[in-house]
Design a protein around this ligand. Structure first.
Ligand code: CTP
Length: 404
């Protein structure tokens, strides 16, 4: 049976030339058993008529924020909450910018701001608009809040240029929607624990030891596991990221606090240690700010080793998670070091990544990983950290399904 049977889709259509493809998308969604309710932005009505959308959805089409009939029959809050998934197709540069800014100046934006449901966007715009730093920053902001993207595809554009910016084809969008619903059950009844971000080890009340981890990979993994249906807890060091949707988040600063929060979260089925835990902390953090004595050399900093959270979880005598996964951040001899790290820490899988400055991985948006397990090594192509998270969630679901 199609995972779309009985699902309710709220389709937000914004004003791009690709809007005409929505008619085909609606038709396929309905053929697969979903119901579709459509909201058009005022600009969208220039590209596709509300009448044709209404004919294909066999439902009223909503577009006017201030229409009394619309509000009394179906307010924007209900409109956004009664769906299982909100799909934005096409998502224009303007719409993504307004979403990222949290604006609510038409019915579509109001529904997008009010919804508590997952959102999938299919961007469509000119290649330069897609590549513009403003659009890319908006996509990163939205992805950080759990919004998912399908496309854009690379190809000829209506404006005569060539490159990324074409809206994904309706069958691609349909597949992404089907995958969303199919995945939602794969880790149901499973519990997951994820560590993310750096830790901060205080030297005194104003200074600390830390590293450049952004937390983006760990947060994306927590979001992906939650999307797959796992009851997910994220233990995060300080990051600039918003808490991922549908994830229980515990905020910590130090490695010792991170370990305590992880132990508290047990038992879990899956543990993914993506945090860049500081290996050392100050032996004697000072209660008062360390003063600079004029002319005197500073005292050498005495450090002691922090607990290893991944090794502790992997070697837990009781309540060891079924699948313990770590990362190996290396700048040389990537595979040798990672294989050795997997053995030393006792975890099941290691995702090895090269974090040399030239790769831009640490603190960046993409990642290239090798998955190392008892079965061998698999190289995944460079992809966004969200895509790595999705692929990892798939691999975890397959592994747990094979050994229930
Ligand atoms: N890790 C951890 N607790 C620590 C140190 C590391 O849980 N105190 C975890 C990380 O979350 C990651 C894995 O161990 O999953 C490997 O981290 P990495 O920094 O690559 O390795 P280190 O143990 O720090 O070893 P080294 O610095 O020698 O490479």
């Amino acid at each position: 049976m199609s995972p779309l049977v009985g699902k309710r889709i709220l389709l937000v259509i914004s004003g791009g030339i690709a809007a005409y493809k929505c008619l085909e998308l609606i038709r396929s969604l309905r053929a697969a058993g979903a119901s579709v309710r459509a909201v058009l932005t005022p600009a969208a009505t220039q590209f596709v008529t509300p009448l044709s959308v209404a004919a294909i959805t066999e439902d009223k089409v909503f577009s006017d924020l201030f229409s009394l009939t619309d509000e009394s029959e179906m307010g924007h809050i209900r409109l956004s909450r009664e769906a299982d998934l909100v799909v934005v197709a096409p998502a224009t540069a303007d719409l993504l910018a307004r979403m990222a800014a949290g604006m609510a100046n038409d019915l579509a934006l109001t529904a997008l701001l009010a919804t508590d449901k997952p959102i999938l966007c299919a961007p469509a715009m000119n290649v330069r608009m897609w590549e513009h730093a403003a659009t890319q920053a908006n996509v990163v902001t939205l992805a950080g809040r759990g919004v998912r993207f399908v496309g854009p595809d690379v190809g000829d554009m209506a404006c005569g240029e060539y490159g990324p910016g074409r809206m994904a084809e309706p069958d691609e969008i349909l597949a992404a929607i089907a995958q969303h619903f199919a995945c939602g059950q794969r880790l149901a009844n499973r519990r997951a624990l994820v560590t993310s971000g750096p830790t901060r080890e205080p030297l005194d009340p104003v200074r600390f030891l830390s590293n450049r981890s952004s937390g983006r990979q760990g947060h994306a993994i927590a979001a992906a596991l939650a999307r797959f249906g796992a009851r997910t807890q994220l233990v995060s060091g300080p990051t600039a990221l918003p808490d991922p949707p549908a994830v229980q988040v515990v905020h910590v600063e130090t490695a010792q606090q991170m370990l305590a929060a992880c132990e508290q979260a047990l038992p879990v089925d899956i543990a993914v240690c993506a945090a860049a835990v500081s290996d050392w902390r100050a032996a004697e953090p000072q209660p008062d700010k360390i003063k600079k004595e004029a002319g005197a050399a500073p005292e050498p900093l005495r450090l002691v080793e922090n607990p290893d959270i991944l090794a502790t979880l992997s070697r837990a005598a009781t309540r060891r998670p079924t699948l313990v996964i770590g990362f190996a951040a290396e700048t040389s001899r990537l595979l040798d070091n990672a294989v050795e790290k997997r053995r030393r820490k006792g975890c099941d899988w290691i995702l090895a990544n090269d974090v040399s400055a030239a790769t831009g991985t640490f603190g960046g948006e993409t990642n290239e990983v090798h998955l190392i397990s008892a079965d061998g090594t698999e190289l995944w192509p460079r992809m966004s950290k969200e895509a790595v998270a999705e692929r990892l969630a798939f691999a975890i679901a397959e592994a747990l399904e094979a050994h229930p």
